[in-house]
Design a protein around this ligand. Structure first.
Ligand SMILES: Nc1ncnc2c1ncn2[C@@H]1O[C@H](COP(=O)(O)OP(=O)(O)O)[C@@H](O)[C@H]1O
Ligand SMILES: [Mg+2]
Length: 271
């Protein structure tokens, strides 16, 4: 892959950081040592031992069976694996849309599970954007109204929400289509509106679950190029669940899942 990579921290340095050295010696508290390490690595996602079992009453489905994952700020990561391997569950758990049964998840240093429901939604609306396979646009609203809705819900004043929504539509190349309803747009354009919606609050992390799953090849390429460009330009972190090997190839890293486990986190393969 031809694009720039974030340099890896050598293992020896990691161990020193973990033990605590120099300035860090002053602070003996493990939590603050850990946060020094996060700062040094600029980890935006830290998941450790995450387990999730769905209990339908009749059957118990272990969807995540002890997942560890670390993602650095500004990385674009693909999550791949067979259907039913736990990809969507992982995304929902990492983003705090769903709860976990065991393990800890830190997003930008915050443990979402420790927040109240309100605090968690607020955190999500400030720091995260979501892109889904089915676009999830509201059919009766125009493109710009779809993009500004979450901002209005988050309490942004209407004029400011409109300004940011237009700016986001411009970023995805759809300013001209601002007044059109989803049905008047192509699938690729609808997904770009959904991406604009995810970006309007300038989130640090964008979660995308099969964002090209419903698109033809050409639109899929357009959406991929857009995500890659936004990732580079805004240094936003992207975590993209996908079946599309071209998306995997365009990402910095491919995390492979199977039967509720990460079987390859894409780090060992790095040169
Ligand atoms: N709401 C749910 N209730 C019960 N089982 C579920 C639920 N969601 C997912 N599962 C099960 O959990 C496993 C992982 O699902 P999922 O995370 O959707 O996989 P993927 O996104 O990789 O296809 C599957 O066996 C699936 O059937
Ligand atoms: Mg899925």
């Amino acid at each position: 892959m031809a694009h720039e990579r974030v340099p890896q921290v050598p293992g020896q340095m990691l161990r020193r950081l973990r033990r605590g050295h120099g300035d860090m010696e002053a602070s003996r508290e493990p939590a603050s040592r850990a946060s020094m390490l996060d700062t040094a690595l600029d980890l935006i996602i830290q998941a450790t031992g995450v387990e999730k079992t769905y209990d339908t009453g009749k059957i118990r489905v272990p969807a995540l069976r002890g997942v560890d994952l670390q993602v650095r700020r500004g990385e674009m990561v693909a999550v791949m694996g067979p259907s039913g391997s736990g990809k969507t569950t992982l995304l929902n758990c990492l983003s705090g849309l769903d709860t976990v049964d065991a393990g800890t998840i830190l997003i930008a240093g915050r443990e979402l599970a420790k927040l109240s429901d309100n605090e968690r939604s607020e955190f999500r609306s400030r720091h995260m954007g979501f892109v889904f396979q089915l676009f999830n646009l509201i059919p009766v609203l125009t493109a710009v109204e779809n993009v500004e809705l979450p901002l209005l819900i988050a309490g942004v004043k209407p004029a400011e929400a409109r300004r940011r929504a237009m700016e986001a539509l411009e970023q995805v190349g759809l300013a001209r289509w601002a007044g059109h309803k989803p049905a008047e747009l192509s699938g690729g354009q609808q997904q770009r509106v959904a991406i604009a919606r995810a970006l309007a609050n300038q989130p640090e992390i964008v979660w995308a679950d099969e964002p090209t799953g419903n698109l033809d090849t050409h639109s899929a390429e357009e959406v991929l190029a857009l995500m890659r460009e936004l990732n580079r330009r805004n240094r936003q972190t992207f975590v993209i669940v996908t079946h599309d090997p071209r998306i995997g190839a365009a990402c910095d890293r491919i995390v492979q899942m199977q039967d509720g486990l990460i079987i390859d986190d894409g780090l060992l393969a790095r040169g």
